[in-house]
Design a protein around this ligand. Sequence first.
Ligand code: CU
Length: 167
Amino acid sequence: MSTPSSEKTKMHIDPTERAWMRAAIVVLVIFAVSVTIAGFMLGIQVPTEEQRVNPQTIQDAPPWSEPGVREIVPGEKYDVYIVSKRFFYEPSTVEVPVGAEVTFYVTSTDVQHGFKIQDTNVNFMAVPGEVSKLTTTFNEAGTYDYICTEYCGLGHAAMFGSVLVTQ
Ligand SMILES: [Cu+2]
């Protein structure tokens, strides 16, 4: 004989619904594991908003009046300032040594642009009024192109530059 009291307390869940709930939990676990691996093992960084600037007057004073490479510690630490404009980057080529810690500071003087360096984890937006910052290390010498990844107008496809990584 069944006991009516225990049957009342046990919630009935349809087997299909139960299966979907399990699948949802599995997907959440996979997601959490991927984010953890990306963040702590692959070194994926979230671009930080370094500072707010006035896009109209930003190029009147250093460092933005002379964008380019700044040597902080020779061979080890470099800062790179890049201004994005329709439809080019200033400067269009930068040179850094292999193995150095390179921090990119990128902003825009007109519209929203993108900044992605091929074969690295550097990929963010260049927004007028904000400076985006990300640090990377080039472990192999060669040429790494940086390209605009946000559609910014008719010349968008021709908007690129290069990082020359030297021995
Ligand atoms: Cu662009």
